[in-house]
Design a binder for this molecule. Structure first.
Ligand code: HXC
Ligand code: NAP
Length: 295
């Protein structure tokens, strides 16, 4: 079983926001809005779902495992949030269509789509099987397109809406070991910009967020499965700490809100500087001696 320690996100250095994402927006920000969040029962998706619901939206979470829905549904009933859940594999296009059509029948439409579901693991490209490649591309790229297309149809027929796609900075930096995920996320980024331009006239905004590493069961289990790798990753981040789901969700909520009404096709990076540091050749603060210097 994967080691997963949310406390490990607590920083040694630097400022960290542990505030609930709902702290930053008015309490009625999403009143009357209807949101569909893929992978909304765990990790970042769960934090976004909580935030949307606490700020007034109806939130339906969608993913493969019923067990992953329980935490959110229990919290929602305790907090009095308007929430639902649907078992869905986003790789199955007809099921995605049915789930979104049913959601829209039940709620009279859809205002917010969060494409957050993902699959990932580290595997050298030359050893990646075609089924493994298909599996990740199917979840991340195909799944995002199916959800976007069917939600988009309802938004076009209705009053527009907002899409938010969760990508990763290696969509443009690249990263050894995750050719499937990097290729898929790059596709999702291109999709974000294309649909933003194509659907702006329908009142639909399409944005992305690119988180740096944060602790989730899926990421910790698949990407930094032991403490040595986790520590190496933390060291590589200029902020010297992982992000928190709260920090990621804060910006996700902002991009979904009317505060971002004129922002579309944007990708917001939230990574403690990691993507800026990936090509660095010397350490910050290091004093370099010129060859001709003596001593
Ligand atoms: C090599 C692997 C593998 C691994 C699976 N496969 N794990 N290959 N190394 N570690 C191969 C299998 O052998 C199989 O190929 C194919 O992938 C499909 O595997 P299944 O187990 O049948 O797939 P499935 O049940 O559909 O599971 C999907 C999954 C799994 C993607 C493989 O990891 C998953 O469900 N993940 C969801 C959670 C998750 O990954 N969260 C991380 C998000 S973090 P063969 O050829 O044998 O049939 C993230 C960004 C982090 O995305 C960025 C940090 C900077
Ligand atoms: P996570 O908790 O593992 O979330 C992944 C979610 O996707 C799970 O809820 C899972 O639910 C769902 N999912 C997987 N396959 C699915 C499928 N075929 N159909 C429907 N749902 C599916 O990981 P996370 O770290 O929070 O990741 C959330 C997002 O952030 C992802 O897009 C990820 O790529 C991105 N991201 C994460 C990091 C990080 O460091 N953690 C960094 C950059 C980007 P089920 O198992 O119930 O299906």
């Amino acid at each position: 079983m994967a080691r997963y320690n949310k406390r490990a996100a607590i920083p040694m250095l630097g400022i960290m926001s542990t505030s609930s994402p709902t702290h930053w927006l008015p309490t009625n920000t999403f009143a009357g809005k209807r949101a569909f969040v893929t992978g909304g029962g765990t990790g970042l998706g769960l934090e976004i779902s909580r935030g949307l619901a606490a700020l007034g939206a109806h939130v339906t979470i969608a993913s493969r495992s019923k067990e992953h829905h329980l935490g959110f549904l229990t919290e929602a009933s305790k907090e009095g949030w308007d929430a639902g859940a649907v078992v869905l594999d986003v790789r199955e296009d007809p099921s995605v269509r049915e789930a979104i059509d049913t959601f829209c029948e039940q709620h009279g439409g859809i205002d917010i789509l969060i494409n957050n579901a993902a699959g990932n693991f580290v595997c050298p490209a030359e050893r990646l099987s075609s089924n493994a490649w298909r599996s990740v591309l199917g979840i991340v790229l195909d799944g995002t397109f199916s959800c976007s297309k069917y939600a988009g149809r309802h938004m076009i027929a209705g009053d527009g809406g907002v899409h938010l796609n969760v990508v990763a900075t290696y969509a443009w930096t690249g990263m050894p070991g995750v050719v499937h995920s990097a290729s898929a996320k790059a596709g999702v980024l291109a999709m974000t910009r294309t649909l933003a331009a194509e659907w702006a006239r329908h009142g639909i905004r399409v944005n992305a967020i690119a988180p740096g590493p944060f602790q989730s069961e899926g990421a910790a289990g698949n990407l930094w499965p032991d403490e040595t790798i986790e520590e190496r990753m933390r060291e590589a981040i200029p902020a010297k700490r992982f992000g928190t789901t709260e920090e990621m969700a804060t910006h996700a909520l902002y991009l979904c809100s009317d505060a971002a009404a004129y922002i579309t096709g944007e990708c917001m990076v939230i990574d403690g500087g990691l993507s800026l540091a990936s090509g660095r050749m010397w350490e910050p603060g290091e004093t370099l001696k010129r060859k001709r210097d003596k001593d």
